[in-house]
Design a protein around this ligand. Structure first.
Ligand code: 1HE
Length: 266
């Protein structure tokens, strides 16, 4: 496995600050951050290294005015791929996005402009999505004569439900603003999605890393299981997380009444 410093990145950049918050930037703005095969390879390398590099949270953002235009349609056209070749392209996307979703490190996506097609598949693999007023979501695969291949049938259907996803794909329906938030395409709608993403990342890293690991891997795994097996595995995860040394001081602070209480928003 490559260390973060040794990664060879062309279409993305990665910086880690002193607190362990990594900034991953999609950096192909002239192509609206369309995902060519090389970018997906970079995402695999990054999310292979991140969980074991001391990174506490990742802010995923994009250069330019659009988050991500999805599959690189020009590359796909020029490559003239055979079915099995495109199947392997999709398997690489799944590898990248599964490493994101199941890696145990919170990934917070700062969205803007187009979050479409494979761009929505990428965004839906993050644990938190933050939208701004320019952000819009769509699945234009149907219009391009394509089908989703980067996990939308699982993750986008999970967010908005099967019927809405089918409508988006059949009709090209675009969601934005409060409507997109109400559907769950993003959890926040703010003026500055990057600033909010960092605020959320700082909040997340104040939790013990083992708690965040469970939140950002176990919930996704448990959702894939039968209810009986998920309940059993939940007890195993809670057995480990809820007895961790890092929680002792927090529990003591609650018991001696020095810890903050949970209050409603003002
Ligand atoms: C691209 C791509 C792309 C832009 N692949 N090159 N995704 C889509 O169907 C969305 C396609 N893109 C768009 O609808 C628009 O480009 C945007 C709404 C994202 C941005 O519009 P705009 O007016 O700012 O930019 P533009 O003039 O359309 O494009 C600027 C450049 O980016 C141009 O390249 P240039 O060399 O001519 O300057 C475009 O070709 C390039 N570009 N989007 C390649 N997607 C695993 S399966 C997943 C299946 C899917 O993701 S299907 C959905 C694909």
């Amino acid at each position: 496995m490559k260390r973060l410093d040794d990664l060879d990145l062309t279409f993305t950049t990665l910086e880690v600050d002193a607190e362990g918050i990594a900034t991953l930037t999609l950096n192909r703005p002239d192509k609206r951050n369309a995902l060519n095969a090389a970018t997906v390879d970079e995402l695999i390398d990054i999310f292979t290294a991140v969980p074991r590099a001391g990174v506490r949270a990742v802010v995923l953002k994009a250069a330019g005015t659009h988050f991500c235009a999805g599959l690189d349609l020009v590359e796909h056209h020029q490559e003239d791929r055979r079915p099995e070749e495109f199947m392997h392209v999709c398997l690489r996307w799944h590898e990248a996005f599964n490493k994101m979703e199941y890696g145990g490190v919170p990934v917070i996506a700062a969205l803007k402009g187009a979050v479409v097609g494979g761009g929505l598949e990428l965004a839906s693999s993050a644990h938190i999505r933050v939208a701004d007023a320019t952000t819009y979501f769509a699945l234009p695969e149907g219009q391009r004569g394509l089908f989703t291949g980067g996990g939308a049938t699982i993750r986008v259907a999970d967010l908005v439900g099967k019927a809405r996803m089918i409508d988006m794909m059949l009709t090209g329906r675009v969601y934005q603003g409060e409507e997109a938030i109400a559907l769950g395409l993003a959890q926040y709608l703010v003026e500055d999605s990057e600033a909010k993403a960092y605020e959320l990342a700082r909040a997340a890293i104040s939790n013990p890393p083992l708690s965040n690991f469970a939140i950002c891997s176990a919930i996704s795994h448990l959702q894939n299981m039968s209810a009986m097996d998920a309940a059993y595995m939940e007890s195993v995860v809670a057995g480990i997380v809820n007895t961790q040394p890092a929680s002792r001081g927090r529990l003591a602070a609650f018991a001696d009444k020095s810890a903050a209480r949970v209050r409603p928003n003002e």
